[in-house]
Design a protein around this ligand. Structure first.
Ligand code: 4NP
Length: 155
């Protein structure tokens, strides 16, 4: 099973999501079965590490995301991944717009797909501060737990 989390810049939300997912998958003993990657619909930050605020926030929760490097979503991703899980409605619309017809069913808005969250979107924290990043962590970690639950129930 291969999961790709997609946001806009691939330096805040999706690397945090990737880190939270990898940790929850490891804790569930599923690291051999589930692979995780992340990408952005935009390419402005290509090659860059996550935003220092995202790295700090994740580190505060025991997860090191400093080795992540931003990349843009590419056509091959639709073939390589089982699910393309989007951070917000804009990302979802863009990932669907670029999707080959045969791969559209792989594209989902991540929070509703994972279940349990009271909101549908992970808000972009880029213009915010520490509180916004903590809010993102809370949402991505909840969705990571929901993802493990969904994938283990489906096996
Ligand atoms: P992300 O946050 O989509 O969570 O990685 C953003 C990072 C950069 C920009 C926008 C959002 N930007 O416009 O450069």
């Amino acid at each position: 099973m291969r999961l790709l989390v997609v946001c806009l810049g691939n330096i805040c939300r999706s690397p945090m999501a990737e880190g939270a997912l990898r940790e929850r998958i490891r804790l569930a003993g599923l690291a051999e079965l589930i692979e995780v990657d992340s990408a952005g619909t935009g390419g402005w930050h290509r090659g860059e590490p996550p935003d220092p605020r995202a790295i700090r926030c994740a580190r505060g929760h025991g997860v090191d995301i400093s080795g992540s490097r931003a990349r843009q979503l590419r056509a091959q991703d639709y073939l390589d991944f089982d699910w393309l899980l989007c951070a917000d409605a804009d990302n979802h619309r863009e990932v669907l717009r670029l999707a080959p017809a045969a791969q559209r069913d792989k594209v989902a808005l991540w929070l509703p797909w994972a279940g349990g969250a009271e909101v549908e979107a992970i808000p972009d924290p880029y213009a915010g501060g520490e509180a916004e990043f903590e809010r993102v962590w809370s949402l991505v970690d909840g969705a990571a737990r929901g993802t493990v639950r969904r994938l283990t129930e489906a096996r």
